[in-house]
Design a protein around this ligand. Sequence first.
Ligand code: PMP
Length: 402
Amino acid sequence: MSISKRFAELEHIRSALNEADADPGRIVMERMLSATEAEIAGRRTILAGTNNYLGLTFEPGILEASHQALREQGSGTTGSRMANGSFASHVALERSFAEFYEVPAAMIFSTGYQANLGILTGLLRAGDKVVIDAHSHASIYDGCRLSGADFFPFRHNDPEDLRKRLRRLGDDARGALVVTEGLYSMLGDIAPLAELLEVTEEFGAYLMVDEAHSLGVYGEQGRGVAEAAGILDRVDFITGTFSKSLGSMGGFCVSRHEQLNLLRYGSRPYIFTASSSPANIAAAHWALDHVRSHPELREKLWSNVAQLYSGLKDLGFRLGSAPSPVVAVRVDSHDEAARIWNELLASGVYVNLVVPPASPDGASLLRCSVSAGHSPEQIETIVAAFGEAISRTAFAGACCSG
Ligand code: PMP
């Protein structure tokens, strides 16, 4: 395709979003007021779509840690760790991750996207086999493609389908890689990790779990869905991000295989990009320590989740089958989703508008992410705004279950 054709194709997508008044990319947070509020189009708006699960971004401790790193280590690293060397703060953060997960190896990356790309392209070569959950994040699909390995999606959260796919690989199933997530970011459902691990082990394959949305949220110590499922010591690779519950930017991988460290010599997304800035690293490190020492934050989060989930359920909205920090409201069409989304914005509530092809199963969603930083009053306001949005529109019956 020529560049001009590509421009035309993109212009078509943009104008369709504009016409539907449904372009999330046009939202500008003109002024951040707190971890849960910003000014958008001049209006004070509650943020219920920013993955700030623990609400740490404005904590005095995280700000002070970042300021101190900025003062003492400068504004940027100006290069990659392989070329320029590591800052002591990168090494210290890796040590903390390894200690937190009780594993011998941890690597950090400049984003969570790069962590998945870095691990998949570092581990896999052309001809290798990788079996991934069909609802996997784009970074997992992209990492598989870039690695040149043969990859096969299995039906979302379906251990029996995983078994079928692995069986079809014959002898190649031994040593293959299986990839899943902990908490899925769009529908807010969690993977049946114990069952998926059982199947993986049955075939002698390796398991990688992306806990981007579940770090700090699930498990007694906040280590994610694998911890909650009691299988943390049997998962081969766990990846995740600093950009959600840790309120910073960056990514990580921890592994029970000490050889993870060898990827430093063969993972291009690790080698050929600048390492994270000192301020980002300091913020992530402060937040990781905070997650470990403040389990009450998770209690607060889960109490907010229960309030939002039951409030929306009582209004008759169609939600996922179990409460989680991602509360996805399912509506019948793209147009409905866009209309409710705009109504919510007009009443000062920001959630995510998720429509095909970005959504799984062709769903049209109003995706809320809950934060420990939300007050009960803010959650009440969010629920009330949803209630008003459906009462003001003609399709109330169509979007709700009862
Ligand atoms: N994995 C999953 C499941 C994600 O949802 C995301 C971000 N949306 C990432 C990885 C990438 O994380 P980051 O924003 O740090 O690049």
